[in-house]
Ligand binder design. Structure first.
Ligand SMILES: C[S@@+](CC[C@H](N)C(=O)[O-])C[C@H]1O[C@@H](n2cnc3c(N)ncnc32)[C@H](O)[C@@H]1O
Length: 196
């Protein structure tokens, strides 16, 4: 999966990494910033996504499509496609450019709008990467976990760098007997929930 990343995917990853790094230094507003995961988180979620059972492969919070590029590697290996949701038009336009430039338009479905109106439609979810606003995480957790297939994964970003905001959810997930959970200290901290 990582040994032969197609050149158009690699090139777009590098371009987005440079754009995201610039964003973080030049005072770009929170709304406009790409707020991407770091490369090590991308690798980790791709590794996890590669091994889940059959079912829908979802991402909530596309931004410019950087994490989706990593997940597309796992989807390609599995012969699956990724469905990724983005609320903001400007970000969704960037993501559409990403998927075109990376030549993965056929492997990724970009859904524009609030994912809260769509995620409940997927009855058999094999994998979901959650990377939206932290205030919505509990709502998404409640939409995704009931529909995860056995052995399916929900992975949520920012479990360490936004631990305070997410503490209630982290505690609830820990106590939730439908899943086994662990916070993995990769990148900003990833909450990994595996459905029993
Ligand atoms: C942290 S960024 C995602 C970064 C992306 N996962 C990456 O690593 O390349 C969060 C994104 O989630 C989007 N978002 C927030 N709430 C959303 C919702 N309810 N439905 C869909 N997208 C949402 C935001 O517009 C923003 O682009």
């Amino acid at each position: 999966m990582f040994h032969e990343i197609p050149k158009p995917v690699r090139d777009r990853m590098k371009a987005l990494e440079a754009l995201d790094a610039k964003d973080r230094q030049d005072g770009t507003t929170q709304l406009k910033r790409l707020r991407q995961i770091p490369p090590e988180s991308g690798k980790f979620i791709a590794l996890m996504a590669a091994g889940v059972p059959k079912g829908a492969m979802l991402e909530i919070g596309t931004s410019a499509g950087y994490s989706a590029l990593w997940l597309s590697l796992a989807c390609k290996l599995r012969g699956d496609s990724l469905v990724t949701f983005e609320l903001l038009h400007e970000k969704a336009d960037l993501a559409a450019q990403t998927f075109k430039k990376a030549k993965i338009e056929e492997q990724v479905e970009l859904v524009r709008g609030d994912a809260r109106g769509h995620v409940g439609e997927y009855e058999k979810i094999a994998f979901c990467f959650l990377d939206a606003e932290k205030e919505m995480y509990a709502e998404f957790y409640d939409l995704v976990v009931p529909n995860l297939v056995s052995g399916g994964l929900l992975i949520a970003d920012n479990a360490i760098n936004h631990q305070e905001k997410l503490q209630e959810l982290l505690d609830a997930a820990e106590a939730d007997e439908r899943v086994d959970v662990m916070v993995v200290p990769v990148g900003n901290g990833l909450l990994v929930c595996r459905k029993l």
